[in-house]
Design a protein around this ligand. Structure first.
Ligand SMILES: [Zn+2]
Length: 252
């Protein structure tokens, strides 16, 4: 059996040789920054039924529920800062080891840490827009309206609902990011899957696709995943701690 030290040495060796690695991140990446996993006990979805996209479009009651949940979410987002894992990934990109990040997260913390190529499969919480005409607003301004009593804000240009630019249940994944993520995964020499339980399809298909395309697959996650058996290395420790140790070995 591999000790933790052996695992870190091995990961450092693979990343040392990598020139087009891809990093795939899930909710566990951001829990180290204080953002609760929506799906975990205590997360937003353990307390509220998610709002489906069609219901959002056609029901004002569902939109009101959506915004009440958003207020809870943004309380966490406002306080969150990138953690050691986010900074390590940005440095690996700057050093030419990693070509880009594919993320299921909507919090923008990879960009805050300095990552340049970030593919957001589920969109971003950092923009809000009219679902019809696309007019945009800064999130803070819209949240202020909601807090002030506008329970389901509508566009001042066309009257249609305003929504964060994130992907709701029942809403198709954005094609552009899906295509870009597929290209990145197919070319990868190393794929790091960080903080994802790898059960949400189609997003979780990218690490599998990278592995089938010839990449070494390394999974860092606190719990088991369906891809553990095909991975080249599985680490059950924290992401920040593990990557900090790896960066030290790499001299980065
Ligand atoms: Zn509009």
């Amino acid at each position: 059996m591999m000790t933790d030290m052996d695992a870190i040495e091995q990961l450092a060796a693979w990343l040392g040789e990598a020139t087009r690695g891809v990093v795939f991140t899930g909710a566990g990446m951001s829990t180290e920054s204080g953002i609760a996993d929506f799906r975990s006990p205590g997360g937003v979805w353990s307390r509220h039924k998610p709002v489906m996209y069609d219901d959002f479009l056609y029901s004002r009651e569902e939109r009101k529920r959506y915004w009440r949940m958003r207020l809870e979410l943004y309380k966490e987002f406002e306080k969150a800062k990138p953690n050691a894992g986010h900074f390590a990934i940005a440095k690996l990109e700057a050093a030419g080891k990693v070509a880009g990040v594919i993320t299921q997260n909507i919090d923008g913390l990879h960009q805050d840490a300095g990552s340049r190529r970030v593919i957001e499969l589920h969109g971003t919480a950092r923009q809000m827009a009219c679902v019809h005409c696309g007019k945009e607003w800064p999130p803070d301004w819209i949240l202020e309206q909601v807090r002030a009593g506008d329970e389901a804000p509508e566009c001042d240009q066309c009257g249609k609902p305003i929504k964060a630019r994130t992907v709701l249940f029942g809403q198709p994944m954005p094609q552009g990011p899906m295509d870009e993520a597929t290209a990145l995964a197919s070319e990868a020499d190393v794929c790091l899957s960080l903080g994802s339980s790898l059960v949400v399809e189609p997003a979780a298909g990218f690490p599998r696709f990278a592995k089938f395309s010839g990449a070494k697959l390394i999974i860092i996650n606190k719990t088991e995943t369906p891809l553990d058996a095909m991975a080249d290395l599985v680490i059950r420790e924290g992401i920040g701690d593990t990557l900090s140790a790896v960066m030290e070995r790499l001299g980065l």
